[in-house]
Design a protein around this ligand. Structure first.
Ligand code: IVH
Length: 696
C-alpha cells in the first residue's frame, strides 16, 4: 500500500480511538494540541488525495457526545465547531481573508475567551427556558433541560421586554476551578476516578441522571452566541449586550477590536491574564461583528468563515525521567508513576507525574532516562505528554509495565474492559490490606481518634492487626510499647476504637472498602437494605433497584459478600458491637400507605432531614424522583423551595405538600389534624388494611 494511504488509515483509526476516549469515557488519552495536529494532518492528506475520501472518516463529523438515557432533539440550527489555530500569524491571515472577502469594508471584530467546558444550546420561548440540548453530533443532541435548570447562572425567565418570542442562545457550561477541585478531592477520597480537567467534569456532570447531584457540583455557564430570526440588533456585540440585560451571563472580557494590531494586543494580554480567571479557558475566539458580514462570509462544511479560535499553547516543561514506580492502591489497582528530575511548571515544582496505566505507558514508548515533556494544561495532576526521542541514549531500556505485583509478587490480572492492571491477591497483599485498614479508620468512615494512616501501617507491620476486625481485640498493653505511644495514648486509642461501634450503618458499609462503593452510594445502600443480613442476601436485580447502583456496583457487592474472608470480618465486627443495621426504620414499620406514589423533595425541612424523608417515602411504598415531571404525584416542599420547581409543579398541577401533611400521610393512627380528606391524607383502604394486618 502507498505510504500516504497507510498513514491516512492509521490517522483515522487513532483519531477514532481518541474520540471514544474523549467523548464516551470523558477521559482523554492525548492533549488537545496533539489531537488537533493529528486531525490537521489527516485533513491535509485527504485534501491532497481526494480519491481516499471516505464518508466514515473522522474529518467528516464533529465528535459525538450523544449518550444513552436522554431524549434526543434536533438542533434548530446546526451546531458547528470553529476552525482553530495555535498561531497568531494564522489568526492574522483569517482577519485579512475576511476583510478581502468583504471588499475591504470596515470589518470590526469581537474578541472573546474560548471557555473550556461543554457546549450547550438553550431555547427560550416567550422569555422562558423551554429546552437545553447538548451539542451531540452537531445535528442532534441530548435534552438535558432538567440538569441545566439547576445551573443558577442560567435564567429560567428573562428580564426586560425586547427579547424575541423565540430564540436560541448558545454558550458553554463550565465547572469553575474551585468547584472542580472540590469535586476531585471528594472523588479522590472515595477512590473514584478523578476528572482529568474541568471540561471533562462539566461534560460528565451535565449527563448525570440526577439533577440533584448536578446542582451540588456547582456548574456555571457563559453565553456567547445568539441565534434567531428577530434579533434586536445588527451586530453580535450589541446582541450579546442585550442578552446580558435579559439576565444571561455574558463575559465582560468580550471586546470590540478594530484592527489586526488590536487583535494581537488582545492575544498578548489574555495569554497570561487568563491564568487569573476563575474558569478554565483554552484559547480566544475572534468573530466578525456585523451579522450582515457574517452572512456574506458564510460557512464551510464544518465551521463558520466569520469566526476563528486561537488556542493557547499548553504549559509544558522538559525534564528527565529518573525512574518509574508502581503504586498499589487499596483495591489492588497498579498505578505507574514517573519520577522526574524536579522541574518548575506553572508555578509549582513537579517531581512525580502519573503515567495512568499500561496503555499510556506503551503509547508513549517511554524509556528510562528519557527527556520527557510534562504538561499541566488545565489538569491538576501533571502528566507526561511526550518523549524527546531524538535525545534518547542508544542503549536506553524501555519502561515495561510490571507483570507481577511489586509488593507481593502475585501475577497481575487485567479487568475486562478496563485499562487497569490489578493485583488479585486482595487478602494477602500488604499495601492492599494496610490501605483498607487506613480507609476503615478514616474520618469519614469509622473516625477512630488517634489512629491515622501511619499507625494503621505500624499495627499491621507488628502483626497486631491483620484486618479491620482485629482492631476490636487490640489491648492497650499491646499498643503502649509501640513508637509514639505511651500507656495513656494507648488507652485513648482503645477508647476511640470502642467509640467507633456507634458509627451509623451507612458509614460502616463505606468503611468496608467494597470496590466502587463510595460514600454517598453506601448511605443509599444502608437506607434501602436496612441491615447487613438483608444486604448480604440481595440479588443483583434488587441491588440495582437502589439509586446509584448499576450492574458494576451490584456485582462488586455480591462478590464481596460471597467471599468467606469478608463474611468472617463482618461477623467479627458484628460480635464487636459495630452497627450492622440502619437506625431509622426500626421506629416506624414499613407500609404501603404511599403505594406507588412518586415524590419529589425540595427545600429545607425542620423536623427531619431530606434523607430521612426519602427513606420514609421508600419505607411506605412510595418512590423518590430527582425532578418534577408529569409522573410526579406530590412535591414535598420545605423552606426555600427553588422557584423553578415551584413553577413547574404549579404548571403541571401537582399537589405541593409540607412536612406536616406528609407526616400525616404516613401516620394512619393519627389522621391529619385538619381532617383533610383529600387523596393526600387518606390512603387507599387496601394500603391501610394491609398495614394493620402486618401489625397484628
Ligand atoms: S462561538 C459557530 N464563542 O468552542 C460557532 N464558541 O470549537 C459558534 N467555545 O463549539 C461558537 N468559547 O463549544 C464560540 N466565546 C466562544 C466560545 C466558543 C468556547 C466552544 C464552543 C464551540 C467550540 C468551537
Amino acid at each position: 500500500m502507498d505510504d500516504y494511504r497507510q498513514r491516512i488509515e492509521h490517522l483515522r483509526e487513532a483519531i477514532n480511538d481518541h474520540n471514544r476516549a474523549y467523548y464516551v469515557y470523558n477521559s482523554p488519552t492525548i492533549s488537545d494540541r496533539e489531537y488537533d495536529m493529528l486531525m490537521k494532518e489527516l485533513e491535509q492528506l485527504e485534501r491532497e488525495h481526494p480519491e481516499c475520501d471516505d464518508a466514515m472518516s473522522p474529518t467528516h463529523r464533529v465528535g459525538s457526545d450523544l449518550s444513552e438515557g436522554f431524549k434526543k432533539a434536533e438542533h434548530v440550527y446546526q451546531m458547528l465547531s470553529l476552525g482553530n489555530t495555535y498561531s497568531v500569524a494564522e489568526v492574522e491571515q483569517w482577519a485579512e481573508r475576511a476583510s478581502t472577502a468583504l471588499a475591504g469594508k470596515d470589518t470590526t471584530m469581537v474578541g472573546e475567551l474560548k471557555f473550556d467546558g461543554t457546549g450547550i444550546s438553550l431555547i427560550y420561548e416567550h422569555g422562558k427556558l423551554v429546552r437545553a440540548v447538548t451539542r451531540g453530533d452537531g445535528t442532534r443532541g441530548d435534552v438535558v433541560t432538567d440538569n441545566v435548570r439547576t445551573i443558577r447562572s442560567i435564567p429560567l425567565t428573562l428580564m426586560g421586554d425586547d427579547y424575541p418570542d423565540f430564540f436560541e442562545i448558545r454558550g458553554e457550561i463550565v465547572m469553575p476551578w474551585q468547584a472542580f477541585e472540590k469535586l476531585n478531592a471528594e472523588r479522590e477520597y472515595n477512590e473514584e476516578p478523578l476528572f482529568a480537567n474541568p471540561r471533562n467534569a462539566a461534560a460528565g456532570t451535565i449527563k448525570l441522571q440526577s439533577p440533584a447531584e448536578v446542582s451540588r457540583r456547582g456548574l456555571d455557564a457563559y453565553l456567547y452566541y445568539l441565534l434567531g430570526d428577530n434579533l434586536p440588533y445588527d451586530t453580535h456585540y450589541e446582541n450579546m449586550l442585550a442578552a446580558r440585560r435579559w439576565g444571561f451571563k455574558v463575559s465582560d472580557v468580550m471586546t470590540r477590536l478594530h484592527s489586526i494590531d488590536e487583535v494581537d494586543a488582545f492575544i498578548r494580554h489574555w495569554d497570561t491574564a487568563r491564568k487569573e480567571l476563575p474558569v478554565a479557558t483554552d484559547g480566544l475566539v475572534f468573530k466578525i461583528d456585523s451579522l450582515q458580514q457574517q452572512l456574506n462570509l458564510g460557512f464551510t462544511a464544518k465551521s463558520p468563515r466569520w469566526a476563528v479560535a486561537y488556542k493557547f499553547a499548553p504549559e509544558r516543561a522538559l525534564t528527565r525521567l529518573t525512574g518509574v514506580s508502581f503504586d498499589v492502591g487499596r483495591s489492588g489497582v497498579i498505578t505507574p508513576v514517573a519520577n522526574l528530575e524536579p522541574v518548575l511548571l506553572s508555578g509549582t515544582i513537579v517531581k512525580r507525574a502519573s503515567l495512568h496505566n499500561a496503555d499510556i505507558v506503551r503509547g508513549l514508548d517511554i524509556h528510562y532516562d528519557d527527556m520527557v515533556y510534562v504538561e499541566k494544561g488545565g489538569e491538576i495532576i501533571p502528566k507526561i505528554t511526550g518523549v524527546d526521542k531524538a535525545s534518547r541514549r542508544s542503549d536506553a531500556r524501555e519502561v515495561a509495565f510490571v507483570s507481577h505485583c511489586p509488593a507481593c509478587g502475585t501475577p497481575l490480572v487485567r479487568v475486562e474492559g478496563e485499562a487497569a492492571w490489578v493485583c488479585p491477591n486482595k487478602y494477602a497483599c500488604p499495601p492492599q490490606i494496610v490501605g483498607r485498614i487506613e480507609h476503615y479508620v478514616g474520618r469519614r468512615m469509622m473516625n477512630i481518634d488517634g489512629l491515622g494512616s501511619e499507625t494503621a501501617a505500624l499495627l499491621y507491620d507488628r502483626g497486631l492487626v491483620k484486618d479491620v476486625a482485629d482492631l476490636y481485640s487490640l489491648r492497650a498493653e499491646q499498643v503502649a510499647p509501640l513508637e509514639g505511644f505511651g500507656s495513656r495514648s494507648a488507652e485513648r486509642l482503645i477508647e476511640g476504637i470502642q467509640a467507633s461501634t456507634q458509627v451509623p450503618f451507612g458509614r460502616v458499609i463505606f468503611a468496608l472498602s467494597i470496590p466502587y462503593v463510595g460514600e454517598t452510594t453506601a448511605k443509599k445502600i444502608a437506607r434501602v437494605a436496612g441491615n447487613i443480613d438483608r444486604l448480604m442476601s440481595m440479588s443483583a436485580t434488587e441491588l440495582q433497584g437502589i439509586e446509584d447502583v448499576g450492574p458494576r456496583i451490584a456485582e462488586s457487592i455480591i462478590e464481596y459478600f460471597g467471599n468467606d474472608i469478608n463474611r468472617d470480618i463482618v461477623e467479627r465486627l458484628r460480635a464487636a458491637g459495630v452497627q450492622m443495621a440502619a437506625e431509622e426504620p426500626a421506629e416506624t414499620p414499613g407500609s404501603d400507605l404511599l403505594g406507588g406514589k412518586t415524590f419529589v423533595i425540595s427545600g429545607v425541612f425542620a423536623k427531619h432531614s431530606r434523607d430521612q424523608y426519602k427513606a420514609m417515602i421508600e419505607q411506605h411504598g412510595g418512590k423518590n424522583a430527582g425532578s418534577i415531571s408529569r409522573k410526579t404525584d406530590y412535591v414535598l416542599a420545605g423552606e426555600n423551595m427553588g422557584p423553578a420547581k415551584l413553577q413547574k409543579a404549579q404548571s403541571l398541577g401537582i399537589e405541593i405538600i409540607d412536612e406536616d401533611k406528609f407526616l400525616a400521610m404516613i401516620t394512619p393512627a393519627t389522621p391529619a389534624a385538619d381532617g383533610d380528606s383529600s387523596s393526600a391524607s387518606s390512603p387507599k383502604s387496601g394500603g391501610m388494611g394491609s398495614l394493620f394486618d402486618d401489625l397484628e
